[in-house]
Design a protein around this ligand. Structure first.
Ligand code: GNR
Ligand code: NI
Length: 170
């Protein structure tokens, strides 16, 4: 297994749209394992392939307390949603910023599992937020896109400054 590098806002590669996985082969399984290891190491509850510079529709999620319930979603789709709920979101690609975002409260999701077989599930609470946040990544969208242009610009400037400092330190 390997730890992958997570792209950070405003990296333009986070804006690329991921394409459907055509066959769930060994390469995709290795990607899923590496993404899971990267997500656990970064203390995240979800990770989309876009964040590690792979433009494939692949997501890993684990919202369990003890980090023993990984979910592998390939070609995920929201097939039903209802309600609206605000919650505080963060993102491994927008480190150290947390803002309130409005999303569907309940979603029904269809995806392929690690075995390549289709399955469906209902999500509420953090899992519902996380699935919507990760599918957004696959479409090149970030939670900062839901904020006001002013808030988004402030976050962009602060992260650009941090990235400049990191480059000059290395
Ligand atoms: O670790 C994460 N926590 C989180 C908290 C609230 C809403 C969404 C998330 S997802 C985030 C990991 C991440 O950036 N996934 O893309
Ligand atoms: Ni994210």
């Amino acid at each position: 297994m390997s730890i992958l590098t997570i792209l950070e806002f405003p990296d333009e590669r986070l804006r690329k749209k991921a394409t459907d996985v055509v066959s769930v082969d060994e390469k995709i399984k290795k990607l899923l394992e590496d993404m899971l290891e990267t997500m656990y190491e970064s203390k995240g509850v979800g990770l989309a392939a876009t964040q590690v510079n792979v433009q494939k529709r692949v997501i890993v999620i684990d919202v369990s307390e003890d980090k023993t319930a990984p979910m592998f979603l390939i070609n995920p789709e929201i097939i039903a949603k209802d309600g609206v709920k605000e919650s505080e979101e963060g993102c491994l690609s927008v480190p150290s910023f947390y803002e309130t975002v409005k999303r569907a409260e309940h979603v029904r999701v269809k995806a392929l599992g690690k075995d390549g077989k289709p399955f469906e599930f209902e999500a509420t609470e953090l899992l519902a937020v996380c699935v919507q946040h990760e599918i957004d990544h696959l479409d090149g969208k970030l939670f900062v896109d839901y904020l006001s242009p002013l808030k988004r610009q402030r976050i962009k400037s602060k992260l650009e400054k941090i990235h400049r400092q990191e480059r000059s330190n290395s």
